[in-house]
Design a protein around this ligand. Structure first.
Ligand code: NAP
Length: 246
């Protein structure tokens, strides 16, 4: 068993998967989480183990308080400690604001914002006892700039900033850091639905002239998860290839 343990919510695919694999390469026991796609989560574990890493798969809908608690409890029962929490699980459902239903609004807020509160609250109790922890939350450039058609998504992603700044101040004196990573447009299932016209428009605003990869995000998360990042607290790091606007 490795010495340190990391939980990555929503790590059955996309950015979460890349983060889970990177943290396993860095020597963490990794708790892979999914909501509905067990098969994909199992594949991530197989890939991790084939590369010499260690982990487990835990199904939990982190937009639900009991499920989130179960995820953290399972990690603690299995490995005895949790050093790193990556709040990554998220969904989008683009819609003009006037057409967003109450149900869609609540679903986006529950999944993208409430989940970070439920998981962070559950894990902080353990981190405080150890006087060590890293909470890294995946927001978005949309949470900083806003974006037409994403009012609910942007509201949740902005909320994660204030939430993280507050955690940083509340727990910074206990060896715990809380930071936000704000990706731009990253190749994943979430952006696969963009039309060629939308992709071309987005590309024009990216200085790097390409979409980001999940590995671009994972590299920064892995640094923030490391002991070397102990003096970085309450920060937002954009990983967007130099986007001028969206
Ligand atoms: P993705 O490919 O759609 O993957 C989403 C992941 O989240 C899946 O593993 C999914 O599990 C999981 N998930 C969704 N709802 C969940 C829930 N209630 N409980 C547990 N797991 C849940 O998305 P992605 O592009 O990798 O995005 C990852 C994060 O980065 C999200 O927070 C997203 O908002 C953020 N982000 C993405 C981009 C981008 O361009 N892709 C840009 C900025 C920010 P299942 O497979 O089981 O459903």
């Amino acid at each position: 068993m490795n010495e340190q343990t990391a939980i990555v919510t929503g790590s059955s695919r996309g950015i979460g998967k890349a983060i889970a694999l990177q943290l396993a390469r860095d020597g963490f026991n990794v708790v892979i989480n999914y909501r509905q796609n067990r098969e994909q989560a199992d594949h991530v574990l197989e890939e991790m183990q084939a590369a010499g890493g260690q982990g487990i798969v835990v199904g939990a809908d982190v937009s639900n308080s009991e499920d989130a608690q179960h995820l953290i409890d399972t990690a603690v029962q299995t490995y005895g400690r949790v050093d790193v929490l990556v709040n990554n699980a998220g969904i989008n459902k683009d819609q003009l604001m006037l057409r967003i239903s109450d149900e869609e609004w609540h679903q986006l807020i529950h999944t993208n914002l409430d989940s970070a509160f439920y998981c962070s609250r559950a894990v902080l109790r353990h981190m405080m006892k150890k006087r060590y922890g890293r909470i890294i939350t995946i927001s978005s450039v949309v949470g900083i700039n806003g974006n037409a058609g994403q009012a609910h998504y942007a509201a949740a992603k902005s909320g994660l900033l204030g939430f993280t700044f507050s955690l940083a101040q509340e727990y910074g004196n206990r060896g715990i850091t809380a930071n936000v990573v704000a990706p731009g447009f990253i190749q994943s299932d979430m952006t696969a639905a963009l039309s060629p016209e939308q992709s071309a428009k987005i590309l024009k605003s990216i200085a790097a002239d390409r979409l980001g990869t999940p590995e671009d995000v994972a590299a920064t998360v892995a640094f923030l998860a490391s002991p070397q990042a102990g003096y970085i607290n309450g920060q937002v790091i954009r990983i967007d290839g130099g986007m001028s606007s969206i």
